[in-house]
Unconditional design. Structure first.
Length: 610
């Protein structure tokens, strides 16, 4: 029995056991909740990773199927990506290009005139030094068919977030094959050209050989491919006569008149010294003359050198006079024959050109398609960089989700950012796919203020203040392109102003009177981006909208050009203003759509979709 005044140990032990059980249950509850949150976060992470892999696979499929040769290199110039078109153009099987440099991947890399190109001057090598190379033309040889191709290469550096070069991207477009065309008209022209018994050379406006027939190649001891692109004067005349010979076809192209005296030049052919008389024939094209047909005649056996008689008959020597007269008659016959052959050659070429004129209209459509494919290459290069940024954001968001698994609100915000990046990537993918198929972008009448307010802030530091009018202001545009143009302007403004002060964006309605040099009279929506940076001097302001012009080391100089291209495509304009020491403004003007028309269009859109 417990005595009065003693401690009730049974009661105390019971209370301690109850408290211990309650603490244990609390720990079990908290552990279960943490496990549930971890499983949910893991599930979301796996879902986002799957979506990111799906988008990445879709992008890879699109880039692989683009009919333009696209390649990407690392900082050492080795290929780390090459699509199917690149493998086909360079004559390689799938994945054979990976790990190779451009000089190792192909051969026969020369300028169009036949000069070898040093490896350090190739577009990819220059892009790795931070340069943007646009439309660099050179010749490559297909290793399988030995066919020479003239290609145009556009290369750009790939930069990380700190502006450092981490690789290069390039689009390679085949301009033309340097072999004779396979069409019946071109084959007939080539056969007539090569059948001429005299040497015939087509000389362009710069004095370069554009075409040469079989007899001229035989006389010069060269292959036709080796002669094309070289200077005509250097092929057919001694060095001290180059200037005079170069001036002969240039004068015909400039005046349209053939000089009365032909060219008579000496050259060494197959180890023998020969004299050739060249007669020029103008080749009209559209409204002018772009080339000269030089028809040659071997006059080595005739009594002329440099256009003068080399023998003078003694006075009273009738036999010598008769011999000289006979030789002069033979020379005249040769001249008449040369003129007749030149006339025949001109007639043949005229007929061939007439036949080719019908084909030119068909070729125009193909040329337009080629230009569009070049645009696909340039667009793909830009989209690849956009996708790099989007994938970086996705991966960063997924990493933060994994680190913040016990904070659902934080996870939700990061997941929303990753989802927006994925949706942006999907939109870019659709845009590239539509552009590569030649589809027209769907334009809609939208509220400019709502679109601008809804776009994500593309700037890492600082704020953006957006001022919109009380009444909605509508314009017809593609929202993706507007966001791209505004992003370029905001990045330029932040780089000029620095991270401390906010950038101001103002949207307002404005009118333009008749007589404006850039805009038609009417109502417009004006989007102004203003910064308080150092401003631009007048000479810089004049050139600011030129593509690739920039005053910042390492910049591409495409931001203002992109915004200007978007505004002009919609019938508007980009206008710049700047005061040194005060700041700069960039304003995009878009034609305004009446409110009732815009609302009616938005009402009709669901009905059409259904």
């Amino acid at each position: 029995m417990i005595m009065e005044g003693d401690v009730n140990w049974i009661l105390l032990l019971g209370l301690a056991l109850a408290v211990t059980a309650a603490v244990a249950l609390l720990f079990v509850f908290l552990a279960g909740r943490a496990t549930w949150a971890y499983r949910n976060a893991t599930h979301e992470r796996d879902r986002f990773r799957t979506e990111a892999e799906t988008h990445e696979a879709r992008l890879s499929q699109i880039l692989t199927s683009v009919p333009v040769a696209l390649v990407e290199t690392d900082t050492e110039g080795r290929f780390i990506f090459a699509n199917r078109a690149a493998h086909q153009l360079l004559g390689r099987r799938d994945q054979e290009l990976i790990g190779l440099r451009f000089h190792s991947a192909t051969w026969g890399i020369t300028y169009p005139d036949g000069r070898l190109i040093p490896p350090e001057l190739l577009p990819n090598a220059r892009a790795l030094r931070g340069q943007t190379v646009k439309g660099f033309q050179h010749v490559i040889a297909h290793p399988g068919t030995k066919r020479k191709l003239l290609v145009s290469v556009t290369a750009m550096p790939i930069l990380d977030n700190l502006g450092r070069v981490i690789g290069s991207s390039a689009a390679i477009v085949e301009i033309d094959s340097l072999n004779p065309a396979a069409s019946p008209e071109a084959e007939l022209t080539r056969r007539v050209f090569d059948a001429a018994p005299n040497p015939v050379i087509v000389v362009g406006g710069e004095g370069q050989v554009r075409e040469i027939n079989a007899e001229a190649a035989r006389m010069l001891g060269l292959e036709a491919d080796a002669a094309r692109g070289r200077a005509f004067a250097e092929l057919v005349a001694p060095e001290h006569r180059w200037e005079a010979v170069r001036a002969y076809p240039t004068e015909i192209i400039r005046t349209g008149q053939v000089p009365a005296m032909p060219l008579e030049e000496s050259l060494t052919s197959r180890g023998e010294r020969r004299f050739v008389r060249w007669t020029g024939v103008a080749l009209p094209f559209e409204d002018g003359i772009d080339a000269v047909l030089m028809v040659g005649e071997d006059v080595t056996e005739q009594p002329y050198e440099d256009g003068t008689v080399t023998a003078e008959a003694p006075e009273g020597d009738s036999q010598s006079l008769a011999a000289l007269s006979e030789r002069l008659a033979v020379a005249e016959q040769g001249r008449v024959r040369a003129e007749a052959e030149a006339a025949a050659a001109q007639t043949s070429l005229t007929q061939a050109l007439a036949a080719a004129e019908d084909r030119r209209h068909r070729v125009d459509a193909e040329a337009e398609e080629g230009r569009r494919l070049e645009d696909v290459g340039r667009l793909t290069s830009g989209l690849a960089q956009d996708f790099n940024a989007l994938l970086t954001l996705l991966l960063g968001a997924l990493d933060m989700i994994g680190r913040q698994a016990d904070n659902p609100e934080r996870v939700r915000r990061v997941a929303d950012a990753a989802l927006q990046a994925g949706q942006r990537g999907e939109t870019l993918t659709r845009q590239l796919s539509a552009f590569s198929r030649g589809d027209e972008t769907h334009l809609r009448a939208l509220n400019v203020g709502a679109i601008v307010r809804g776009m994500p802030n593309p700037i890492q530091a600082g704020a953006v203040e957006v001022q919109v009018p009380d009444a909605p202001a509508y314009a017809r545009f593609d929202p993706v392109r507007l966001q791209g143009a505004l992003t370029a302007l905001l990045i330029n403004a932040r780089q000029a102003q620095g991270p401390t002060e906010p950038i101001r964006v103002r949207i307002e309605s404005s009118q333009v009177a008749a007589g404006d040099p850039d805009l038609a009279a009417g109502d417009y929506v004006k989007i102004t981006v203003a910064d308080r940076g150092p401003g631009m001097e007048p000479d810089v302001l004049i050139r600011a909208q030129e593509p690739f012009f920039t005053t910042r080391p390492g910049a591409e100089g495409l931001g203002l050009a992109q915004a200007r291209g978007f505004a002009r495509s919609r019938g508007g304009a980009l206008r710049l203003g700047s005061t040194p020491g005060v700041g700069s403004t960039a304003a995009i003007w878009l034609p305004r759509v009446p409110t009732d028309e815009a609302l009616a269009e938005q009402t009709d859109t669901p009905a059409k979709a259904g």
